[in-house]
Write a protein that binds this ligand. Sequence first.
Ligand SMILES: Nc1ncnc2c1ncn2[C@@H]1O[C@H](COP(=O)(O)OP(=O)(O)OP(=O)(O)O)[C@@H](O)[C@H]1O
Ligand SMILES: [Mg+2]
Length: 194
Amino acid sequence: MAVEAERMRVLIDDLLSLSKVEEMERVQPSTIVNLNEIIRSVILSLAPLSQEADVPIHFENAVDPLHVQGDDGQLRQVFMNLIGNAIKYAPSKQGITIQTQHIAQDLLLRSPAYQITVADFGDGIAAHHIARLTERFYRVDTHRSRAVGGTGLGLAIVKHIINRHRGRLNITSTEGKGSRFTIILPQRRDTNTL
Ligand SMILES: Nc1ncnc2c1ncn2[C@@H]1O[C@H](COP(=O)(O)OP(=O)(O)OP(=O)(O)O)[C@@H](O)[C@H]1O
Ligand SMILES: [Mg+2]
């Protein structure tokens, strides 16, 4: 009973959060946040999970500070899901690597940008699933994903949040080697005046 009730609570939370994000999608956030602080705080929150799974998290914050125009709570949700997924679906002793990079000119966004990659060295994802991962409720039906559970809404929420931030999400994976979830966010134009 308790397990079912908890599962229902998580599902309702995720659905509410998805509809809230969809509702706000047209309004770009106006606050400035330091993404490094958000990532550090997410890593702290996930430390017990990462220790339990024996999956260390390496954060290579090459760009510091990393200011973007963003919603603190929503960007937290993005990294909670991406890093949480890597721990859940791709546990590997090599751990998870988070890398950041500045891009002078992103061709698709047509602006300077920041690229943040969450890479794992776990099972990877078969190519035919990749385009569908951001669909709501889509889960790859593996033994592991049945065992760890989840609603399949996490990446759908991530996608909408990144859209709201006028960025994009790119997923690449090689079965047996691992996956890379890359987020590209536009750099705030007058960042150097901060
Ligand atoms: N790093 C990863 N390695 C392997 N498979 C992954 C990884 N991240 C996600 N997946 C696969 O993509 C599916 C969708 O992920 P998503 O975060 O949307 O949902 P979930 O984690 O199952 O549930 P929720 O995030 O709502 O709790 C997962 O069920 C899993 O099969
Ligand atoms: Mg998830």
